[in-house]
Design a protein around this ligand. Structure first.
Ligand SMILES: Cc1ncc(COP(=O)(O)O)c(C=O)c1O
Length: 350
């Protein structure tokens, strides 16, 4: 009963097999393997973007920070939601890789920035004055860090604001597959057709061992990204194993199939949580993650039986009033079984 993270699950067998299959003979290192051209073509086809520049890195933090840094001067500010991975969980990597650029936090319910708040933040920042940080790219997270989604229209509204000021836009798609499956849109519709310039396309949380694609829909700065990836120590010499994972992930749209499975697993979990007396779920879960407020007694039963998921605050005690609500996060990957989900729900229900 591990619901702590979609990182906690295994690799999909096809991805593992692809790594095994790639482990024969010799391949040129540093992205010059024979698999990478196929991956590039598959991503270009999937995204209907024949000109896109495509690179692989092993972590989502590297994908976000290196992608953003490509369009961020050291004196710029990056616009991000306060509840975003770049702000909360990357130890300042976007700032580090951008040589000290700052983040400007833009609010909105459900971890989604609003176009109005973005415009306000941009107009307050670095207009023409030397004293303020200058305007840099806008980054959105899809699915968000609380499991909500921007609709395609909402993405377009935000990118339109960015474009009014000539700013580039980035999508942190660590859970891109979950979002795309839930919205039922195409990969192109959720990205460049909605005004997104660059994407961190996640694989790790959805069946891969460790691979994310950085996709630039406009290849103008592709060479600069390559330099940054190398200089940032994220150009893998044994790159063929990253490429092999990504190829298996893209083949026959496995990425989308696994994203949909993870979402369905989460929907089953949420349905069960709603039956717990006193439970509150403030943000309607739309992808594969749920934040719920559940009675302490329910958590105690689940935790004592070995269930793993995060409670907030992290060090909250399970000794205390039974009916006091404690916030938690539960995440489903593609690999969860109905039995495992039902076991957790039954424990929580008591
Ligand atoms: C929204 C989001 N972006 C990016 C990442 C990638 O992080 P990591 O560097 O751990 O692969 C995560 C992982 O938790 C995430 O939730």
């Amino acid at each position: 009963m591990n619901f702590a993270s979609d990182n906690a699950g295994p690799m999909h067998p096809s991805v593992l097999q692809a790594i095994v299959d790639a482990n024969t003979g010799y391949e040129m290192p540093y992205g010059n393997d024979t698999v990478m051209p196929r991956v590039r073509d598959m991503i270009r086809t999937t995204f209907e973007a024949p000109e896109a520049a495509v690179y692989l890195v092993a972590t989502g933090t590297a994908a976000n920070a290196l992608a953003l840094s490509t369009y961020t001067n050291s004196w710029d500010t990056i616009y991000a939601h306060s509840v975003s991975h770049v702000e909360e969980d990357e130890c300042g990597a976007p700032n580090f890789y951008s040589n000290g650029a700052k983040l400007t936090l833009v609010e909105g319910d459900g971890a989604k920035m609003t176009p109005e708040n973005l415009r306000r933040a941009i107009t307050k920042t670095g207009a023409t004055d030397v004293h303020a940080a200058q305007r840099g790219p806008v980054t959105l997270t899809q699915a968000t860090e609380v499991g909500t989604l921007y609709s395609v229209e909402e993405i377009a509204q935000i990118t339109n604001v960015a474009k009014d000021y000539g700013l580039k836009t980035h999508l942190d798609g660590a859970r891109f597959a979950n979002a795309c499956a839930a919205l039922g849109c195409t990969a192109a519709e959720m990205t460049w057709k909605a005004g997104i310039d660059m994407l961190s396309f996640g694989g790790t949380k959805n069946g891969c061992a460790g691979v994310e694609a950085v996709i630039f829909f406009d290849p103008e700065k592709a060479w600069e990204f390559e330099l940054r990836r190398k200089r940032g120590a994220h150009l893998f010499s044994k790159h063929r194993f990253l490429a092999a994972q990504m190829e298996a992930y893209l083949r026959d749209n496995l990425w989308l199939e696994l994203g949909a499975k993870a979402n369905a697993n989460c929907a089953r979990l949420v349905k069960g949580l709603q039956d717990i007396e006193g439970a509150e779920i403030p943000d309607t879960p739309q992808a594969n993650m749920v934040f719920a407020h559940l009675p302490r007694a329910a958590h105690r039963r689940a935790k004592e039986a070995g269930a793993q998921y995060y409670l907030f605050p992290l060090d909250v005690s399970l000794n205390g009033p039974d009916d006091e609500l404690i916030r938690c996060r539960m995440v489903c990957d593609w690999n969860k079984t109905n039995a495992e989900i039902d076991q957790l729900v039954n424990l929580l229900c008591g």
